[in-house]
Design a binder for this molecule. Structure first.
Ligand code: C6P
Length: 412
């Protein structure tokens, strides 16, 4: 155990998240659905209330004091995001609705400009639908092809197969940083190096990774990085697309409207510079400010502390679940984030989820928006316990007791 984990005070941290005091079905809430969305610390809730009570105004549009305050707070949040992922420039941070919108933005702008008939886009077998469907839509429109990097039974990418897929027709590699359904943390450095050595840009879907591992887009060297605020303890409805300035500058706009223009006439419209070029219309101002406060919060805990503590929880959970006979873990990669996905030979995932809910335990059951991955494992669905840094070993024990209850019910 490292010194940082020793100094990690989870009891103290739990005090910051009011919802963790709730009861569900008469039992204390055990929230293990953090990959779907994370809970919000009081500081983020207060920031939203405070914004609407004291600063609410539109940004970049008024000379009046409130508008200036809101603009400063909004642009301040952009700078916090920049620092958090270590991007070089603020203008490389585009506020979007979430990971889904970030990937669609790249598909509809970069993709439509650079990808044509016969070209290829590479994804992996473990993608969320958000990193499959936008590319399929583009492929259908352009006559391009989607290529899929296979995985082994542990849920690890087959890098040799990846290398074989790279061809002069490959125009983009778009892969998930951490799988939402398996927990696998992909070797993105190697993936990027192999693509870049052939001049191919790389997009990383950071929806899950951003809350669990420190992200440094500059040292990674990725071309695009997309994530959602709500998985990083921030509000829903806001997310980030990072793009290298050189690429964003050259891309056409995504949506047209206010803010994204420099001048408009009926003859010709001139577009704004980045990031405004990609932020058409009134943005989720409160959400962006709330995301900035969520970043302050996780920074105060420390991303390295979070990662170390969650690894400890994951190891404990893996050990406990592996001891249970009918439980089969899906996703046993050597390098994993804090996700425990499993099936039980004796019970359907939805029944397991319902019984656990009666015990106050929130897990997600289903295909986790990764149907091709479920097909790869030959299962329709899994039960997924996804852990955050406010979870505890005692909660994992409660999960184990809940699974014992499932076994009892199904053995009758
Ligand atoms: N995964 C889950 O329960 P949005 O919905 O845009 O915030 O995020 C989409 C998304 C993209 N990529 C990955 C790897 C994701 O995990 C998600 C969201 C949630 O696993 C909801 S389906």
């Amino acid at each position: 155990m490292t010194a940082s984990v020793n100094s990690f005070n989870v009891t103290r941290i739990r005090e910051d998240f009011p919802i963790l005091k709730e009861t569900v079905n008469g039992k204390p809430l055990v929230y293990l659905d953090n990959a779907a969305t994370s809970q919000k610390p009081q500081a983020v809730i207060d920031a939203l209330v405070n914004y609407y009570m004291t600063e609410n105004s539109n940004v970049h549009r008024g000379v009046h004091t409130l508008s200036q305050k809101a603009t400063d707070a909004y642009e301040g949040a952009r700078e916090k995001v920049r620092q958090f992922i270590n991007a070089e420039h603020d203008k490389e941070i585009i506020f979007v609705r979430g990971t889904t919108e970030g990937i669609n933005l790249v598909a509809q702008t970069y993709g439509r400009t650079h990808i044509g008939a016969g070209d290829e886009i590479i994804v992996t077998a473990m993608e969320h639908h958000s990193n499959i469907v936008p590319w399929q839509m583009l492929c259908e429109e352009k006559g391009a092809h989607l290529k899929v990097i296979p995985i082994n039974d542990d849920g690890e990418l087959l890098l040799d197969e990846y290398e074989k897929l790279l061809s002069p027709r490959t125009k983009l590699v778009s892969i998930v940083h951490q799988s939402n359904a398996l927990g696998t943390i992909n070797p993105v450095e190697q993936v990027i190096e192999l693509a870049h050595s052939r001049g191919i840009p790389v997009l990383l879907d950071g929806a899950q990774a951003v809350a669990h591992v420190p992200i440094d887009v500059t040292s990674l060297g990725c071309d695009f990085y997309a994530f959602s605020g709500h998985k990083l303890y921030g509000p829903t409805g806001v997310g980030v697309l990072y793009g290298r300035a050189e690429l964003l500058d050259a891309m056409p706009p995504y949506q047209g409207g206010g803010e994204m223009i420099r001048s408009v006439s009926f003859e010709k419209t001139l577009y704004n510079v980045i990031p405004n070029k990609f932020e058409a219309g009134t943005q989720n101002i409160a959400g962006s400010i709330g995301l900035g406060v969520a970043i302050d919060y996780v920074n105060s805990v420390g991303m390295n502390n979070i990662a170390a503590y969650e690894n400890e929880l994951l190891a404990y959970g893996t050990e406990r679940l592996s001891e249970i006979e009918p439980v089969r873990l899906i996703g046993t990669a050597r390098h994993k984030g804090s996700i425990l996905s499993f099936v039980m030979d004796t019970a359907h995932p939805h029944d397991v989820g319902t019984i656990l809910d009666a015990e106050g335990i929130a897990v997600r059951t289903g295909h986790h928006c990764a149907q091709p991955l479920m097909d790869r494992y030959g299962v329709p669905a899994t039960i997924r316990a996804s852990l955050a840094f406010y979870n505890t070993k005692e909660e994992i024990d409660t999960l184990v007791k809940g699974i014992d209850r499932v076994i009892e019910v199904f053995s009758r």
